[in-house]
Structures are given as C-alpha cells and as structure tokens.
Design a protein around this ligand. Structure first.
Ligand SMILES: [Fe+2]
Ligand SMILES: [Fe+2]
Ligand SMILES: [Fe+2]
Ligand SMILES: [Fe+2]
Length: 442
C-alpha cells in the first residue's frame, strides 16, 4: 500500500522533546553489529547534520516570516540536533577512526550504487556512477592503512558485502572546480525521487567530508594524515558535484519540504530494513517525528507559496537508502568506467584518452602531487608489510586488478610515486612466491 506521509499521523512537534537518556541511547557492539546497521547509522547522522544546518539557513535567509513560524523552524532544528546525536552516538567509543572511515566509504559505495539503479534521470544516474568509482577507490586506499596501523582486515568492517580493490585511482579525482559543476535539474519537471536521491547522497558526502576534516589529524603517521587530507579534498569535490545537480531556483520553502520528505523516506527505509530490534524501534520513532516536521513544512509551504505540496513531493515515499551488497553492479561499472573523466557541464563524461592536453584538471593534479600522491604511497608502504596491497574480492576480480589499474590510470599528470600496473604485478608475484616458501617451511 502506498505510504503518503502527508496523510499519516506522525508525532506532533510539541511531543518530540526527549530526555538526555533517550537522546544519547546506547552504542552498538562493533564486533556484533551488522555492517548495514552501521551504514544506516552513519548515513542518518549525515542526513541530520544537513537537516539541522538547513533550519539555521532558513532563519538566516528568510526575511518576511511570522514570528510563530520562525519559532517553529527553530524548534524543528533543535529536534534535528537531538536526532543527530542519537544516530551518531550509536557508534561505540572503541570503534577507531579508521574503522569508522571504512564504514563511511562503504556507505558511499553501496548507497550510490543503489541510487544509480533507482534513478529515473539518466544524467543524474551517470553522475552517481562516476562518484561511485571514486569512493570505491577511497575504501581501498584506507583499507591499506587500517591493516598497517591497526591490523584490521577490510572484511572486519565491510563483512564481505563490498569489494575492496583498486578503482579509479584517487590521485585522478582532483579536478578544476568548474569541471565538477554539473547541469542542474529543472525543479518543475523532475521527479521527486531524483530530488530525494540527490539530497540523500549529498548529505552523506558532506558528512564524510566533515568526518575526515575533524578526525584525519588523529593519527601520528604522516602519510595517513596526508591521505585523509587528499581524500577529504575529493569529498569536497563530491559535495560540489552533487549540490550542483539541484535547481537553484527552488525556494527555501520548497527546499524545506524536500528536506523533510527526504528524512521521511530515509527513516522509512531504515525502519523497514533494520535487523537490530532496539535500533529499529528508534528508526520508527524518528520516522514519526519526521512526518510531524513534513506536515508542518507543508502548512508553511501552502501559506507562503500558495501551492499544493504534492506538486513538489508527490503522493508517496521513495526508498533512497536500501543497503545491500552491490558487488555485481559495482564491478560492472568498474570494468566499464574506470577511465572516465569529467567533461564540461552538460557534456556528460569522457574517457581520459578523449580529453584534450589542456584539460583544466591536469594543472590541479600536477600541483597537489608535485612532491608525491599520499594515496599512492599507501600501496608503496603496504608492500613492506604484506608484499602486496590489501584486497578483498573474489578470485575472478582479483585476477583483473592490474587490468583495472591500467584502465583507470592516466598517462598525463601522474605522480612520480605512482604504482603502475607493472609494479602491482611484481607485488602480486612476490606475495605468491612468499606464500609458497612459507608453505614449504610448514
Ligand atoms: Fe531529522
Ligand atoms: Fe570517499
Ligand atoms: Fe565521496
Ligand atoms: Fe526533520
């Protein structure tokens, strides 16, 4: 049966305050938690950070607004603030920054893959596929440090649901800002599903950026610190890319509706999918709170815009964050698109063989990697620990690793410390022969 949140009961705003005990809750156990409970928890934190910040933007930018409405926007913002705490603080104190980081990149890979397959707009879908391969490579680079620094195998976190192997190399994700800008949708002829999908991934990417900004300095290893800086800068580009898809002609009231609707859709999905009964109960409470926010946003939209909210959000919800293993889809995109690069707005994407020698991103890439690319040093260092890079994938995909690297690697503006396919081949052979030697000893 279709779920129309404008017709559901929800929890009225005046009943949404909770005590500290309820707000803070109890953390999950990092060794027992389902990896997709963790991805839901990480994503909902990002959604709430965006929802909270937006209420403040409304009260800073909206001039002609009644006192009571301004006070209610501020009350809703306070509730978003408490919801942010509940979601983020489900994370336990003994989950390290690197472990949480692998969780963030698993969110990005599996969320973006789901969205790409459930996106009605072809141009937006292509942007999701493009971003997907970048976060896929981040997961691989961080997995090297998780092994070297904390002795963690990637599957300790991703639980074999997400492949960890080279993607489009991170050193090639640095672009001229102008090239990151995409063509925005038209607010009057775009499906509400597209609006929800974009705001969902944008909120996740923004929070990934914030997490690296606030935690990347917490390790003493200089190469790891630099890698956090490098990847954080790519997340900044992802925020630029995804936000540029949104029609800037949307009014604040329209955006208010889309924000609350996006929260409803995400909590609804979390509630449907959750396997932890305790956390599922909370997703249900949060869903009902968001229905209350949405209905209030709808009343203000009618009052100030004199339009029907269903013109913007339709009559039923969407499923924006169904977390499940996306290995076949991601592998298909990886094998087909590792060589894609950003073309100017509206021209979709090109393979690096097709881009001109004066491509604006080359200058950026040459500058930032003029000493070295930290994300390449990750592989150079792990060779000392493990003979080869840390990967988690089936044998078929593992055998294709050098081929994928060869496809993804540019021939221009490449850092001098780059691991080229021949280096990787040599590492893999060394690893294999060491394994045989060790077997003989036993
Ligand atoms: Fe919220
Ligand atoms: Fe990422
Ligand atoms: Fe990202
Ligand atoms: Fe909300």
């Amino acid at each position: 049966m279709a779920f129309n949140p404008l017709e559901e009961k929800g929890i009225p705003l005046e009943k949404q305050m909770r005590n500290w005990h309820q707000i803070v809750g109890e953390p999950y156990n990092k060794t027992e938690v389902d990896c997709y409970t963790r991805t839901r928890q990480i994503l909902m934190n990002g959604i709430e950070v965006q929802a909270w910040g937006f209420k403040h933007q409304m009260n800073r930018f909206l001039a002609d607004i009644d006192y009571n409405d301004r006070a209610n926007i501020s009350r809703i913002g306070r509730i978003e603030n408490t919801q942010q705490m509940t979601a983020n603080w489900m994370g336990p104190a003994d989950q390290s920054v690197l472990e949480t980081t692998l969780g963030y990149e698993q969110v990005a890979v599996d969320l973006t893959a789901w969205l790409a397959q459930n996106e009605p707009d072809k141009y937006v879908k292509e942007t999701f596929d493009f971003g997907l391969l970048e976060d896929f490579d981040h997961l691989y680079r961080y997995a090297q440090f998780a092994y070297m620094t904390e002795g963690i195998e990637p599957d300790d976190i991703v639980q074999s649901k997400t492949d960890v192997i080279v993607g489009r190399p991170t050193q090639h994700h640095h672009n001229c800002n102008g090239l990151r800008l995409r063509k925005h949708y038209g607010k009057n002829n775009t499906s509400p599903q597209t609006k929800v999908n974009i705001l969902t991934v944008l909120s996740g990417e923004q929070q990934t950026h914030n997490f690296y900004a606030e935690h990347g300095f917490m390790y003493g290893d200089h190469v790891l610190r630099e890698t956090y800086a490098e990847i954080k800068d790519v997340e900044e580009e992802h925020v630029t890319m995804y936000e540029s898809l949104i029609d800037p002609n949307e009014t604040m009231w329209e955006k208010f509706l889309i924000h609350e609707f996006t929260e409803v859709c995400n909590y609804y999905t979390c509630y449907e999918d959750e396997v932890d009964e305790r956390i599922k109960k909370y997703w249900e409470v949060a869903l009902n709170m968001e229905i209350g926010h949405l209905q209030m946003a709808a009343e203000m939209f009618k009052k100030y815009e004199k339009r029907d909210p269903e013109e913007v959000i339709g009559k039923e919800i969407f499923i924006p964050c169904r977390f499940k293993s996306q290995k076949p889809y991601v592998q298909k995109i990886l094998e087909a698109e590792a060589n894609k690069r950003l073309a100017p707005e509206g021209e979709f994407y090109k393979s690096y063989e097709e881009i001109p020698n004066d491509w604006a991103s080359y200058k950026v890439q040459e500058k930032v990697a003029e000493i070295s690319a930290p994300s390449e040093n990750a592989i150079r260092l792990v060779e000392i620990y493990h003979d080869r890079d840390i990967v988690s994938a089936n044998e078929g995909l593992k055998r294709k690793e050098t081929e994928i690297l060869d496809k993804g690697l540019q021939r221009v503006a490449v850092a001098h410390n780059t691991v080229i396919p021949e280096d990787l081949e040599r590492m893999i052979e060394k690893h294999e022969s060491r394994k045989k030697e060790t077997e003989k000893l036993i």
